[in-house]
Design a binder for this molecule. Sequence first.
Ligand SMILES: Cc1cc2nc3c(=O)[nH]c(=O)nc-3n(C[C@H](O)[C@H](O)[C@H](O)COP(=O)(O)OP(=O)(O)OC[C@H]3O[C@@H](n4cnc5c(N)ncnc54)[C@H](O)[C@@H]3O)c2cc1C
Ligand SMILES: O=C(O)CCC(=O)C(=O)O
Length: 323
Amino acid sequence: LHIAEVIPSCCSITLLSEQFSPNTTSDVAAGMLIPHTYPGTPIHVQKQWFKETFTYLFAISNSAEASEAGIHLVSGWQVFKNPLEAEVPFWSDIVLGFRLMSAAELQKFPQHSHGQAFTTLKCECPPYLMWLEKRLKANGVQIHTRKVADLWELHSEYDIVVNCAGIGARQLVGDQQLFPIRGQVLKVHAPWVKNFIRDGDGLTYIYPGIHSVTLGGTREKESWCLSPDPGTTRDIFDRCCSLEPSLQRAQDIRVKVGLRPSRSCVRLQKEVLSQGGAKLLVVHNYGHGAGGFSVHRGTAKEAAHLVGECIAALEGSSSKAKL
Ligand SMILES: Cc1cc2nc3c(=O)[nH]c(=O)nc-3n(C[C@H](O)[C@H](O)[C@H](O)COP(=O)(O)OP(=O)(O)OC[C@H]3O[C@@H](n4cnc5c(N)ncnc54)[C@H](O)[C@@H]3O)c2cc1C
Ligand SMILES: O=C(O)CCC(=O)C(=O)O
């Protein structure tokens, strides 16, 4: 979408995907804007990605589009059992009203001794994906269902390929640095829960959204299993009830599983594929792990910039660039 917005006249854009909403990893995500650290990327770059994403979604949350796009502000707490874990994070001056919790607030969490209070943004993921799709169509992007087995098969039809295949990139481009971290979450009906609660260990969280509350979670490295595990469901529910006892009365529990496309750093990179003298320009933008929503606009901006460089490199071509 960002490519279509910034370089509209010089390219025609086609989106190919094997699956669309509601059958993607992005549909499973809680959609909270809470960055996860990529050890292979400088912090100032990650901060910039988060800032751009926050600014973009904050503007949507403050517009007439907010309910259709499923974007809203949410306030709450991240709580810790140990003071050392509670250092001020790099994103503290991007979320709104970041501060340490008071002793009175901490009374709500008898097992925790420290905490941070702040307001951030949350995407209701399936509506947000539909909203993005609507904007793609409005920007003239063609959308087709298609599984790509090899990027080279696109060579005869397109000048530039942007690879946003998530965990699918492991097979598509054979990236052995990319691995799944399985996540199971529950979506429950508990409309009285208004504040988010996140255990600082990152394993247990309660994220109220527009239609349901997301309860999490799990982080199972190298597991490709997409089936819900009933024992894990009980464990998640018990952990969340111990943080927020009123959830005992939650109803309509639905279970979702997704595979986080994990890597030490997001692969944001140009590559030139060549076969028998022919060339195909590729921009990779995958490997967002547990933080894809938190940085999606920032990484999209960087990918669009790389696409702009590819278009400039297509000098001498008389045709319009096709992506
Ligand atoms: C349980 C859970 C909770 C999460 N919560 C949050 C959160 O609160 N905040 C946050 O920031 N992040 C969260 N995440 C992380 C976030 O979901 C991911 O980082 C993000 O969804 C990755 O998006 P993506 O577009 O790269 O991948 P996907 O959503 O998987 O999209 C990839 C697309 O590529 C298509 N594709 C793949 N291979 C091919 C191929 N060969 N040919 C054609 N099409 C192909 C797929 O069909 C799919 O449509 C969570 C993840 C999980 C699992
Ligand atoms: O970690 C969080 O708190 C947000 C949820 C998430 O990103 C995840 O489960 O991967």
